[in-house]
Design a protein around this ligand. Structure first.
Ligand code: OGA
Ligand code: NI
Length: 355
């Protein structure tokens, strides 16, 4: 048990990571068994060149589909190259994000909100000031698709934020649609209903900043979690993303390949595939020298579109494993749960009991 004299002492605007405190306060210290290794093993995650996806009917395309299927079933995780998002767009998004976090605290606090339903919000740690354990993270989250519905609510500063982040969001949205429709095609399920929901779906972008941490072996940037999304695409400025290898139950660092993008299956795709695809469990570790920026784009169907196991994948041998839910259901779950603490994650909450 921690006994903070003032439980709000690390609230947003006043957190250790925003202030650059030279020690790790007790509130941030992770339980022994969950502490990260300073030199973690690297994960042997698949690295897929997706250029051939656009070459309909080709042999290379079938090979890429096979690689994507294997990666999604085994790890729920892969990296992609030749993804179509250009280098200047990637670089500009990281640099404008970093300029945002360099702004004076008062400017960023204009966007402060602990209400998970807000389309744009600034915060620290995981959920809010009331996290039992604090995480060494500062974030800005905003909805992004369709861009014109949301961009006017984004930060006004830095002045080029909207333009540069907007371009990244649009390009990564196109990639997300391409990867998601391909993953649906691989499952062999009826896409007529699904494709428009994917194309008009929600894109929630988490712009994450992990300032240097004086004792990176004691704290975490983000605790172990799976994403609620159908799919997440992550772009990072330096290594720090770890995935749980379920084969030996150890954490492995995702190798850093400049220009590659990280793709992970989220809870809603695991549900849709009735458990064939794995929603990857991952976390963010810290370092004591550089600020790390990551941009995570979480793609879902529409706010109230229900996701349930595809009918084609449910039969007597394969009973339905999950109940239906929407993105809004997730937000309601998040608002009331102790996410990242001892609380269940969304995927466990959706699992049907008779499985
Ligand atoms: C996330 C996430 C990992 C990272 O934002 O959901 O898992 O490396 N981020 O920042
Ligand atoms: Ni995540």
């Amino acid at each position: 048990m921690e006994h903070d004299e003032n439980p709000t002492s690390y609230s947003t605007g006043n957190s250790a990571q925003e202030k650059g405190i030279s020690y790790v306060p007790e509130r941030y210290v992770i339980a022994d068994a969950q502490r990260p290794k300073l030199a973690p093993k690297e994960a042997t995650v698949p690295f897929i060149d997706i250029a051939a996806l656009r070459n309909i009917g080709s042999e290379e395309r079938s090979r890429v589909l096979q690689e994507m299927r294997e990666a999604s079933c085994r790890f729920g995780f892969f990296q992609v190259v030749n993804h179509g998002v250009s280098e200047p767009v990637l670089d500009d998004a990281i640099s404008v994000a970093s300029k945002f976090f360099d702004l004076p605290t008062e400017e960023k606090l204009k966007l402060l909100s602990g209400d998970v339903h807000k389309p744009v919000r600034y915060g620290t740690s995981l959920k809010a000031d009331d996290d039992k354990v604090q995480f060494w993270r500062v974030f800005l989250k905003h909805y992004s698709n369709p861009l014109n519905d949301w961009i006017h609510m984004w930060p006004e500063n830095p002045p080029d934020y909207r333009e540069k982040m907007g371009r990244w969001c649009e390009e990564v949205m196109k990639l997300g649609i391409e990867v998601m429709t391909t993953l649906v095609e691989i499952l062999g399920i009826n896409t007529n209903n699904l494709t428009p929901k994917i194309e008009n779906g929600m894109q929630a972008v988490a712009v994450n900043c992990y300032p240097p941490c004086p004792r990176p072996e004691l704290a975490l940037g983000l605790p172990p979690h799976s994403d609620y999304s159908c799919l997440t695409i992550l772009h990072q400025s330096s290594p720090g993303l770890e995935i749980l290898d379920e084969e030996d139950n150890t954490w492995k660092l995702v190798p850093y390949i400049p220009g590659a993008l990280q793709v992970n299956i989220g809870d809603h795709f695991e549900v849709l595939s009735n458990g064939l695809y794995k929603s990857a469990v991952h976390r963010a570790i810290l370092n004591n020298s550089d600020t790390r920026i990551s941009l995570a784009s979480l793609f879902s169907l529409g706010l109230d579109d229900k996701v349930e196991p595809a009918k084609e994948l449910v039969d007597d041998q394969n009973p339905k494993k999950y109940s239906e839910s929407s993105f809004r259901d997730f937000l309601n779950f998040l608002a009331r749960s102790d996410y990242g603490g001892e609380g269940k994650n969304f995927k466990d909450y959706l699992k049907l009991k008779n499985n």
